[in-house]
Design a protein around this ligand. Structure first.
Ligand SMILES: [Fe+2]
Length: 295
């Protein structure tokens, strides 16, 4: 049986049926999923009770893994999961929710700003695959916005202004935006800004998208206030409801999104409840600008 895609919105997202992710992925199935990703940018799989190994196996069928173990303030001794996973949960090494004032939590909730995963790395992420193991009683949705549809809806003047712009991205910038500024010298070095194009083109489809992320702090060659205002205008435009799909998580959902053509954000949920969500990440192919290599 072939895989079926049922669109969720006008511009973004589809539910996927006709595949058991516990089974090895055939090359033909992988190709169908890549095509689905090119078209819908977010794919939702329900009722997929995977082990970590099966989740990893499925991910590797779509491309090489990105190592995300240094993206976080969790110490290695604190990891609940293998380093092949990004632990996006609010849980410490003993499976207890972080306290409200815990530094690791306050850093992690920066993901409630619209962003694209690993845009702060010279070679940024391609796909993220997030699986829900435990969900809170309310809240905790993930929202996705389609940056290709948002690009196409820009006026021609704006398209030509942004066409060749290059931005600097860092987790220092996204955290500064929520008033989190206390970093050690080691963290500041680890989170040093990298450069990315503001408009990128999806190689397989030729479709352009605005490569936005709250990790952006500057536009190269622009005065800072003007850069921040343009970025704010673009983000407001790109996250209008018509470009957005909001996912309400159920246990055993797995959602894949394409970081090259979407932004996403987590939504709040009760701090004392467990939200155990686990992410694997497929590595991007290349830097988005030449300069990114030297950055
Ligand atoms: Fe994220």
């Amino acid at each position: 049986m072939s895989i079926q895609f049922r669109p969720l919105g006008t511009h973004i997202g589809a539910e996927v049926e006709g595949i058991d992710l516990r089974e090895p992925l055939s090359p033909a199935q992988a190709e169908e999923i890549h095509n689905g990703m090119d078209r819908y940018a977010v794919l939702v799989f329900h009722n997929q009770p995977l082990t970590n190994e099966q989740h990893l196996g499925f991910t590797k069928g779509l491309g090489p893994l990105e190592d995300t173990s240094r993206n976080t303030l969790r110490a290695a001794a604190d990891f609940r999961l293998p380093t092949t996973f990004a632990d996006v949960s609010n849980l410490d090494g003993e499976n207890k929710p972080f306290g409200a004032d815990d530094r690791r939590r306050l850093f992690a909730i920066g993901n409630r700003l619209w962003h694209s995963d690993s845009s702060f790395k010279a070679v940024p992420a391609k796909y993220s695959l997030l699986r829900a193991v435990r969900v809170p009683s309310k809240g905790g949705n993930t929202e996705f916005a389609h940056m290709g549809a948002a690009y196409e809806a820009l006026d021609e003047d704006t398209k030509s202004v942004i066409e060749d712009l290059v931005c600097e991205h860092s987790q220092l910038f996204s955290r500064e935006a929520i008033g989190f500024r206390e970093f050690t010298p080691e963290e500041r070095e680890r989170f040093r800004p990298v450069r990315q194009r503001l408009v990128r083109t999806l190689a397989r489809t030729g479709r352009k998208s605005i490569y936005l992320s709250s990790h952006i702090g500057t536009i190269i060659g622009w005065p800072l206030p003007e850069a921040r205002l343009l970025l704010r205008d673009l983000s407001e435009h790109a996250t209008q409801r018509e470009f957005v799909y909001s996912h309400k998580w159920q246990v055993d959902d797995l959602v894949i999104w394409d970081n090259r053509q979407t932004m996403h954000r987590g939504r709040p949920f009760p701090t004392n409840e467990a939200r155990d969500v686990r992410r694997t990440t497929v590595k991007g192919d290349a830097p988005t600008v030449e300069q990114a290599i030297a950055a």
